[in-house]
Design a protein around this ligand. Sequence first.
Ligand SMILES: Nc1nc2c(c(=O)[nH]1)N(C=O)[C@@H](CNc1ccc(C(=O)N[C@@H](CCC(=O)O)C(=O)O)cc1)CN2
Ligand SMILES: Nc1nc2c(ncn2[C@@H]2O[C@H](COP(=O)(O)OP(=O)(O)OP(=O)(O)O)[C@@H](O)[C@H]2O)c(=O)[nH]1
Ligand SMILES: [K+]
Length: 496
Amino acid sequence: MIRCCSTFRRVASIRHLTTKSEQLQRALASRPTIYALATPPGKAGVAVVRVSGPHVFDVWKTIVRRNGKGKGKDIMEHARLIRCELLDANDGEVLDDGMAVFFQAPASYTTEDTIELHVHSSLAVLSRLMSSLSALPGVRQAERGEFTRRAFEAGRIDLTQAEALRDLIESETEVQRKWARKGVEGRAKVRYEAMRNDAILALATVEALIDFGEGEDIEEGAWDQARRRVSKLRANIAHHLSPSQRGEIYTSGLSLVIFGPPNAGKSSLLNHLAQREAAIVTPIPGTTRDVLEVALDIAGWRVKVHDTAGLRPSSDVVESIGVQRAGQAVEGADLAVCVLSLPELVNNGFRVPDMIGKHVTQETVALLNKVDAVDPAQLGEWLDFARMALPPGTPIWPISIQRGDGMSELSDGLAEVIKHRFHSEGDEPLITHARHRAHLEATLRFLDAFLALGVEDVVLAAEELRYAAKELSKVTGLIDVEDVLNAVFKEFCIGK
Ligand SMILES: Nc1nc2c(c(=O)[nH]1)N(C=O)[C@@H](CNc1ccc(C(=O)N[C@@H](CCC(=O)O)C(=O)O)cc1)CN2
Ligand SMILES: Nc1nc2c(ncn2[C@@H]2O[C@H](COP(=O)(O)OP(=O)(O)OP(=O)(O)O)[C@@H](O)[C@H]2O)c(=O)[nH]1
Ligand SMILES: [K+]
């Protein structure tokens, strides 16, 4: 009975250590008011300037003057957009005619009192408005991600949600948008918190063992219980770290690498997919030297398509470096597309050079290009030979980039392959950022260190678990680690 309570007391004390202190709360109230342009700078119909912090009332009083139907009234109503004139704080001159809205703390994006000033998006209006704002006491321009950072510091969102907000802003395709939304909703947050909770519960059990020393009959049972819990957590994390669970492809996109012998039509394929002359196409073998990247939207996925140098032995220094890079790109690809020239295969007796063959697996899409340049009567036969030259099961699509044969099937086919291979039903990947991966790898090392210890090393074992829990806390930002926070928020734009 007493033991049981002691266990819980410890859990509570560990939690207490890691939650935001009251001191921090007080610091929040006395900080500067920040402002920034929330829309992109430039000529446009409307620009939004956001202002957040303790001086928002003064800002409103000084520069917002109601006109239209609300003329003369100066009450600030939560979340109500009003017509107004914006005044220069220094000389009272009307600098623009606009709209303004006030959000009362804590019901705002940052959780602080916030106002938004909607003005005409003009360089002159904005520079006057900004200099007017910075002239006000306690008011300064926001740093990158500072609005979101305040939402984080107030506990409205965790670090994974802040990162997902950034992903949402960066998103260009449907898949990216959907995954960013999941993150914003807290899908990852909940799962990382559950992992940390497991580590903390195991830690509590182990600490109870320390408290009650050796020779107790409960010792064995409690130790086994902690080990079981840690083993399960370890397996869970190891699963998420496995190569099949790469959630980064949803947010950052997946990489498609085009490879093959020189002159097969690799650059022509890239240009076809990109619908522009992204790469140089010439009849000279060895035209492409370096890896060229173009980001495309294929069926809602962000796909970084890479064109590479044709794979062949070369005595040219530049070309051989290109060939080496091409090989590395293929090895690191999420999807490899091999372009072969059918007439060339016919000419060399369907020998696929080893430099290329070694990269062709069932996971590779093989394109037999230039079908326009072979005798149509023999096409079927040549395709059969080509199939025999490649590993069984390799998808093989005959095409002519020049004449257009098979090109719409190619686009649909690529979309199908991507959907089929990377779509996740049910078993949803967790890791969508390299940062999360690094923390989980570190967690795994601490859990392994724990599992290598015996009950006689219970003090050391508790230490390993404490490190593991701390590492998991860094993912969500439950423990503020300044360098982690700085790294996350510096990726934001000003005004977010
Ligand atoms: N005009 C405008 N549009 C915008 C934003 C904004 O700041 N201003 N946003 C900014 O990026 C996004 C919306 N995000 C928001 C997230 C939370 C809250 C907010 O006030 N949350 C409080 C209260 C909720 C409520 O009153 O219903 C909370 O969650 O406690 C506001 C906006 C996109 N559109
Ligand atoms: N007949 C025919 N020629 C093609 C076809 N596609 C590309 N070509 C030609 O093949 C030559 C090589 O095309 P590229 O796209 O530069 O080939 P690559 O594989 O990138 O070549 P490297 O840069 O040498 O690796 C060019 O002259 C293209 O016009 C096709 O479908 N049919
Ligand atoms: K100021």
